[in-house]
Design a protein around this ligand. Sequence first.
Ligand code: ZN
Length: 103
Amino acid sequence: MDCKETQRCIHLFLRDELDGGTAQEFVEHVRSCNECMEELTIEYLLSEGMSRLENADDIDVKKELGEMLNRTMARVKRKKQLKAGLFLLMSMLLCMFLLGGTG
Ligand SMILES: [Zn+2]
């Protein structure tokens, strides 16, 4: 994912609307690209500042954004594990079905 695409995804990321693969690419890019991280920080401040106008000074952008990025990555990983687990389950069910069918 390049900078242009990453910056296009910022709004979606902040609204939690990126799908797994895109979210992962997004997080990996902003973590390694200062320019996009800066852009994300600004957008985050804008959107959070709007909804928390009264205590906007309390926003610890770096920490909050860091947590948000971590959460996203954790979720992507969980989803992958879930998919792998689901595949295993389906295989088992299929085996049971096949065995049951012949028995
Ligand atoms: Zn970038």
